[in-house]
Design a protein around this ligand. Sequence first.
Ligand code: NAP
Length: 261
Amino acid sequence: MDLGIAGKTAIVCAASKGLGKACAVSLARNGVTLVINARTKETLEATAEEIRKSTGVKVTAIAGDVTTDAGREALLKACPAPDILINNAGGPPPGDFHDWGREQWIGAVESNMLTPILLIKAVIDGMVARKFGRIVNITSSAVKAPIDVLGLSNGARSGLTGFVAGLARAPGFANSNVTVNNVLPGAFDTDRFRGVLAGQAKKSGKPAQELFEARMKHIPAGRPGEPNEFGEFCAFVCSQQAAYITGQNLLIDGGAYPGTY
Ligand code: NAP
């Protein structure tokens, strides 16, 4: 399917690895010019070069922490008028809420709520003026079905979700061909997924493989998702064909969420 987005430009945040990288790759395969970001310059440059070589599109790498004003300013300076914005950042650490104080909560809200909101604010009016915009926030299945040890994520991402639900439907956006959606990953085989498993293994004294197999029993697909499955779906949400999808929370989890709706 031709997604009709060749020649568009995208900012993809937190995109040197994992789900952000997969979204960048899928957009590039569809001819989208990229500005990608992550904190570690070497990994980011390597990813940019890999995408340039495999797709031939222009990729600009802007190293920096997207959760800071300086990181966001650098991204927007490199790409002040994106057609597509993919919001992403590292997820908050797992833990027990008794151990989290104001600092931990502010950190989670900064990363997983305020950062995407501030980037949306910076680019959405330009999208309206140009009559095309696609904004995708990578959130988590934890927004729909909270995960006890991920309280920081459950809370901060729910704030973003509530904001987006109102914004996407506010006058002037959807009727200007500007959509705003959240894509909610379940278990995807990335460094973060493996890192969380390793942390749980250390804490519980159980082998990581045993914990992995136990988790897979709760996923009807019987496996974690591949990042490219996430990236391809994200590219579709950014397509011309997806113009009538907005304000949605799109779960991609191998059937793990047990509800009918
Ligand atoms: P990942 O494989 O660890 O990749 C994270 C990427 O984000 C890396 O490129 C990392 O590069 C970059 N990054 C992290 N913090 C950043 C920051 N402050 N500024 C700029 N770049 C930053 O993680 P992932 O699995 O793709 O997860 C992506 C998001 O989806 C996270 O918020 C995660 O919580 C959420 N999620 C993932 C899963 C899953 O199963 N994988 C499930 C639910 C939700 P640097 O470290 O160099 O900055």
